[in-house]
Design a protein around this ligand. Structure first.
Ligand code: C2E
Ligand code: CA
Ligand code: CA
Length: 588
């Protein structure tokens, strides 16, 4: 058995704070403990107030009121087990671990260890765990949200895809689908070394029917034609409503021109049997051309030939017609000359806040007047200008002119709105597009927030990464970015999340149908507007022509409108009158 003196020699050297106490007994009952030894470390820790000879009962409050040293010591003597407690000492402002242990000779050894650091870690850990739990549950709920949003987006995408490629009146495929399909067909047919043909036709005397029996009768007739064409559809024959009363039948994998004529005559017979007369033209890939646009143009020329020859017939495109087509060259030459002699003009169409009708700004639109041909629509000459790349210098001119207008209006009217400028994909993909644009902007001295650039989904076809990087550069300059004609082509809501857009322009084909009874376009438009607004984008409805459409657009909370109802494209001088009326009211 160790003597007290021997404990002392060991205990003086250890770094823990230790005291040794002996029980104080009265009639064999332990009533207190008397300290017989205090080691160096303990003295330091308790600042010397616990010394040899002191009783437990006299100091316990000084360390902690919650801990009963006496009970613990009695317990350890009785059970010979080590007893531990951790407590916070308000006197020392630390966490202390107290261990009482019975040592041979019925001594009680009490050790105190400062465990504040460990305690801090523990509470920091539990705090962290709590936070982690919170974050996990937040994550869980936002994941649920995200899932439902993604599902929503997927559904909208599917509807968009249907709307983008179908005609809402007849449910046949539409023009966008046809041009995509013809491109696919050209590739496949070339690989397989086959031929395909198209028949483009329209309904004879459609105008008379509309005029004499009304538009509803006209619509019914179009639906009837669609029903008959659907009956003709097969693996190799597909029907499309090309626009207005024009339809296209596409014949895959045909032997020769005769086979195309044969199928076309069958369509003619079916339609005639229902009392419907048509005139159509046929063109063949690759015999007549290897290009989609040419095949459609050639079929159209052949259709005109069929009409000239007495209607209700189909005709084939033949090389003689090509001469007439060469007049395209004529237009190109004229376009180059018009560029040189500044025969193009820039018109501006106003955009207004849908609710307050405040002026938001203008879209710059090209106009071309030729002394022989009269007004030529941009829808005709822009595709030609793109094909010949004349759109690059032409687009440069548009940008310079629009920037000069912004500057002039900033000075004259403190213009605080936006002018948006259309950029063709052909311009956009030019390597020096960004560099040239920034130089022009710099030179003009405009406030960049007054310029917005309109791109179409066409710029995304080739190199999405390059496109996004260019768009980011434009955005970084503080220039606005809007996506034009949304809903017509490759429309995908997924793109929207990738592009640094500020504005989305909903195509007029949507707007023109939103007041229709079945409500498909309306529902889709409303969902798109709501989703896109949540993404923080401005929405512009294009082609608002009547009050009914305006009401729907307002109901859907679309922010901005552009359309004939509130303002047609007009020359700069006319816009200035509008600016004077709205002076100080423009909202950017
Ligand atoms: P866009 O960019 O979609 O321009 C809107 C077109 O819708 C304009 O036709 C405008 O006059 C027309 N519009 C506006 N409100 C209404 C309405 O209420 N009802 C109807 N039915 N139409 C409305 P526009 O001026 O004939 O231009 C046609 C297209 O030509 C433009 O479509 C754009 O793609 C292209 N374009 C015009 N100017 C330029 C240009 O400077 N550069 C490029 N790259 N393309 C241009
Ligand atoms: Ca536009
Ligand atoms: Ca547009």
């Amino acid at each position: 058995m160790l003597e007290l003196s021997e404990y002392k020699t060991i205990l003086d050297t250890i770094p823990a704070a230790v005291i040794i106490a002996v029980p104080v007994k009265q009639d064999e009952k332990i009533t207190d403990f008397s300290i017989v030894y205090v080691n160096e470390c303990f003295r330091n820790l308790t600042k010397n107030f616990i010394k040899e000879g002191v009783l437990f009962s006299s100091f316990k409050e000084k360390i902690s009121q919650d801990i009963n040293w006496f009970d613990m010591a009695v317990e350890t003597i009785k059970t010979k087990k080590t007893i531990e407690e951790t407590f916070y000492s308000h006197n020392f402002s630390i966490w202390i671990q107290l261990v009482e242990k019975c040592v041979p000779g019925d001594y009680v050894a009490v050790s105190l260890t400062n465990v504040s650091q460990a305690k801090e870690y523990e509470s920091a850990l539990s705090e962290q765990n709590k936070k982690l739990e919170e974050v996990t549950s937040q994550l869980k709920s936002s994941r649920l949200n995200l899932d439902s949003q993604l599902k929503n987006i997927q559904q909208l995408n599917e509807q968009l895809l249907f709307a983008a490629y179908h005609d809402s009146l007849t449910d046949l495929y539409n023009r966008s689908w046809l041009s995509t399909m013809m491109k696919v067909q050209i590739k496949e047919t070339t690989e397989k070394n086959e031929k395909f043909g198209i028949l483009l036709f329209d309904i004879d005397n459609m105008k008379d029917i509309n005029d004499s029996r009304g538009h509803n009768a006209g619509d019914e007739l179009l639906k009837q034609v669609a029903t008959i064409l659907k009956l003709m559809e097969s693996k190799t024959v597909t029907a499309t409503r090309f626009g207005g009363d024009e339809f296209v039948l596409l014949y895959k994998n045909i032997k020769d021109r005769d086979e195309a004529i044969e199928i076309s005559k069958k369509a003619l017979r079916f339609l005639n049997a229902e009392g419907i007369g048509i005139s159509g033209g046929i063109s063949i890939f690759p015999d007549d051309s290897k290009k989609t646009e040419d095949l459609l143009k050639f079929a159209d020329m052949a259709k005109i030939e069929a009409k000239k020859n007495g209607k209700n017939n189909v005709a084939c495109f033949h090389s003689l017609m090509q001469e007439k087509f060469l007049s395209k060259l004529n237009i190109e030459t004229k376009m180059s000359k018009a560029m040189a002699s500044r025969n193009f003009q820039l018109y501006y169409q106003p955009q207004f806040d849908a609710k307050t009708k405040e002026l938001r700004g203008f879209e710059a639109l090209l106009r071309w007047y030729d002394s022989d041909l009269g007004w030529i629509s941009p829808e005709q000459f822009i595709p030609l200008a793109e094909e010949t790349h004349l759109v690059v210098p032409l687009g440069d001119w548009v940008m310079t002119t629009a920037l000069a207008t912004i500057k002039e209006w900033e000075m004259k009217f403190s213009f605080n709105g936006i002018i948006s400028v259309n950029i063709s994909p052909v311009q956009f993909v030019q390597e020096d597009f960004i560099e040239k644009l920034f130089k022009k902007i710099e030179k003009s001295g405009i406030d960049k927030k007054h310029l917005e650039i309109e791109i179409t989904e066409g710029v995304l076809i080739d190199n999405v990464e390059d496109t996004i990087s260019k768009l980011n550069k434009i955005r970084e300059q503080g220039v606005g970015l809007s996506l034009d004609d949304f809903g017509t082509g490759y429309s995908s809501l997924r793109y929207l999340q990738l592009l640094p857009l500020t504005t989305l322009k909903i195509d007029k084909s949507f707007v023109s149908n939103i007041a229709e009874k079945d409500g498909f376009e309306a529902k889709l438009t409303e969902s798109i507007i709501s989703l896109v607004s949540k993404m923080g984008l401005n929405t512009i409805a294009e082609g608002v022509e009547n009050e009914e459409q305006l009401k729907m657009i307002q109901k859907f909370n679309c922010r901005t409108i552009q359309g004939f109802l509130l303002g047609k494209p007009m020359p700069k001088e006319q816009c200035e009158k509008l600016l004077v009326e709205n002076l100080g009211k423009t909202s950017s």
